[in-house]
Design a protein around this ligand. Structure first.
Ligand SMILES: [Zn+2]
Length: 247
């Protein structure tokens, strides 16, 4: 069988040491050969009988842990958040939801292909339940997955943002270069003021350079915004020229 988050959790839950005598009694009630405890048949009587005999908080912890081992499953928190118990009858599901609620856990009930499911999809509730049954390492994995998801979301947002900015920059650079080419081809660049002619020449001769780098090549040096301002004037001149040409 392929090892899943759920099967790993059950395996370690199964090995949890139970110390107190009353709690050990509760534990053995689940494992005794005569106990009717199965997803496939009505186990209502056995479940309620064992619950009735719980004496302490430790017994209740054992009860929910054993219930999870037999009837429960949980999805890998790196993929999604879902923890449930599956029963063959509606009254078992109702009893389980009620017992969970008495212990502070709000689970929902649904029916899926003839099975009665008591489930929760909230990562915080899953974490709390896992702590409650003594499965701290698994609870930690849920907590950790939330951190990983958050970092991943932030990183995606950052990458998308950077890509959009680079795209915009490239598009702008392309527009200016097209404008300069147009002015060159139509012989109109020569009629522009000297500062714009120098800027245009440097721009098309150094397509790969940033505005800051272009500014440094000028004498005297021009700031990034100064270069951008000149490029905008060049673009405006090209647009004017094109408008006059009727293009
Ligand atoms: Zn006990």
């Amino acid at each position: 069988m392929r090892e899943t988050f759920s099967s790993r959790l059950k395996l370690s839950a199964e090995q949890t040491e139970v110390k107190k005598k009353c709690c050990r009694f509760t534990d053995s009630a689940f494992t005794s050969p005569g106990a009717v405890l199965s997803k496939k048949q009505d186990s209502y009587d056995t479940i309620s009988a064992i619950w009735e005999k719980c004496r302490c908080d430790g017994c209740r912890q054992v009860f929910f842990r054993r219930m999870f081992i037999i009837f429960g499953s949980v999805t890998d928190p790196m993929k999604s958040y879902h923890l449930d118990f599956a029963f063959s009858t509606a009254k078992e599901a109702e009893l389980m939801a009620e017992l969970l609620s008495e212990n502070g856990f709000g689970f929902s009930i649904s029916e899926r292909s003839g099975r009665h499911i008591v489930y929760v999809k909230n990562s915080g509730a899953i974490e709390d339940f896992l702590v409650f049954i003594g499965a701290q390492p698994a609870a930690f994995e849920v907590m950790n997955s939330k951190i990983v998801h958050e970092i991943r979301n932030d990183t995606n947002r950052q990458v998308n943002c950077d890509t959009a900015n680079i795209g915009k920059q490239l598009e702008a650079a392309r527009t200016y270069i097209d404008a300069i080419r147009y002015l060159l081809d139509t012989g109109k660049l020569d009629s522009l003021p000297e500062d714009l002619r120098i800027t245009a020449k440097l721009r098309i001769e150094n397509e790969q350079l940033s505005l800051t780098e272009l500014g440094r090549m000028m004498n005297p040096e021009v700031s990034k915004s100064g270069v951008r301002h000149r490029l905008k004037r060049i673009l405006a001149a090209a647009q004017n020229a094109a408008a006059k040409e009727g293009k």
